[in-house]
Every structure is written in structure tokens, then in C-alpha cells.
Design a protein around this ligand. Structure first.
Ligand code: IMP
Ligand code: MG
Length: 178
């Protein structure tokens, strides 16, 4: 069992690059079958999705566009608490088919907020493509159209995902060792 250390924690190999690639390919063919003719805009959520997006996009062979954004949270002045804001999205998405490319959906709160912000910009269709979903942690109702893996509630790192900003460059996915 391959063990790596990231900062103060140990992680063991959970998914090899080959296993990830298989599922990314499957997702790409599902996306192609659904929206190949729609000239979709892929909206990649930084930082965690950069490697996943690079691999996913290279499996697609139809005309599409890609852009990058990040979600910032700050304490709002209203009772709703945390407010999320999209940084760096300059494209006009009105009337477009948008595919959100996300690394992992945990509670689902981030994706839910993101969908609300994007819906106000009047896209024709918004689809969610997530590399990982932790179904047992979901706290909101979400349509997740494409996913590579459902996983348990363990913390993972690698292939773009970080532990305290480190470990993103690990080529496979590693799971925390208790
Ligand atoms: P949510 O709003 O709870 O769905 O949070 C999603 C975000 O939490 C992801 O975009 C990640 O940045 C982070 N996250 C959740 N689980 C993990 C994990 O196991 N490893 C690394 N980041 C994670
Ligand atoms: Mg993320």
C-alpha cells in the first residue's frame, strides 16, 4: 500500500491514474452523447478542478469553450451568513449550455450557491459534472448530471485536490489514514 505524507497527515493510494482515466473517459462520452451539438461552455471551478478539467476536455471532440472561475465566500451582512461570489467569470452565458466542472461535491452547499448565481444569468441549461460526490454528506437537493465516483466521507487528496493547499500534484487520489 503506497503511503504519502502531506503536511502532518498520512494518505494511502485510493485510485490510480488509470482508474481515474477510465471514469473520466466514461463521463466524456456521456457528455458528448447529451450535448455535443450545443457548443457548450465548460466552467471550471478553480483550484481543485484544474487537472480533472484538463483530462476531461481532452476527451471531448466537439466544438466547445472553456473558462475558469473561483468561488469566494465572505460573511454577509444579512442573516443568511456566508455569501458566495463568483470571481473571474466574464463570459455572457445567456442562452448557453453551461457545464460546471467541479472536483468534489461534499455537503453540496457550494454547488447549490453556484447554481443560484448562474441561474440569474439566464443560461439555456446548466449541467453539473463532478469528479467525486460524497453522497452520505449531501445536505441539499442537487441534480448532479455527471459524476465519476461516489465515495465515502473520507478526506482525499491528489489529482488537483488539496490538503491545506498541498498535495494537488499527486498523480493519483490518496485517502487519509486514520
Ligand atoms: P461543499 O460545499 O461541502 O460541497 O464543499 C465542496 C468543497 O470542499 C470542494 O470544492 C473542496 O474544495 C472541498 N472538499 C470537500 N471534501 C474534500 C476532500 O475530501 N478533499 C479535498 N477537498 C475537499
Ligand atoms: Mg472545489
Amino acid at each position: 500500500m503506497e503511503i504519502v505524507e502531506v503536511k502532518d497527515k498520512k494518505f494511502s493510494l485510493f485510485l490510480s491514474q488509470d482508474k481515474i482515466k477510465e471514469q473520466v473517459k466514461r463521463m466524456a462520452s456521456e457528455i458528448s452523447a447529451d450535448i455535443a451539438g450545443k457548443h457548450p461552455l465548460f466552467l471550471v471551478i478553480l483550484n481543485g478542478s484544474f487537472i480533472f478539467a484538463a483530462d476531461l476536455l481532452r476527451e471531448l471532440d466537439f466544438p466547445c469553450e472553456v473558462t475558469f472561475t473561483r468561488v469566494a465566500s465572505y460573511e454577509g451582512t444579512t442573516s443568511t451568513g456566508k455569501v458566495k461570489e463568483l470571481i473571474g467569470l466574464n463570459e455572457n452565458i445567456e442562452g448557453r449550455t453551461v457545464v460546471i466542472v467541479e472536483d468534489i461535491i461534499d455537503s453540496g452547499v457550494t454547488m447549490c450557491e453556484l447554481l443560484k448565481i448562474l441561474a440569474k444569468k439566464n443560461p439555456a441549461d446548466i449541467r453539473v459534472a463532478s469528479l467525486f460526490v460524497k453522497p452520505d454528506n449531501l445536505k441539499v437537493e442537487l441534480d448532479i448530471h455527471y459524476r465519476c465516483f461516489n465515495i465515502a466521507n473520507d478526506f482525499i487528496v491528489g489529482y488537483g485536490l488539496d490538503y491545506d493547499q498541498e498535495g494537488r500534484n499527486l498523480p493519483g487520489i490518496y485517502k487519509i489514514v486514520e
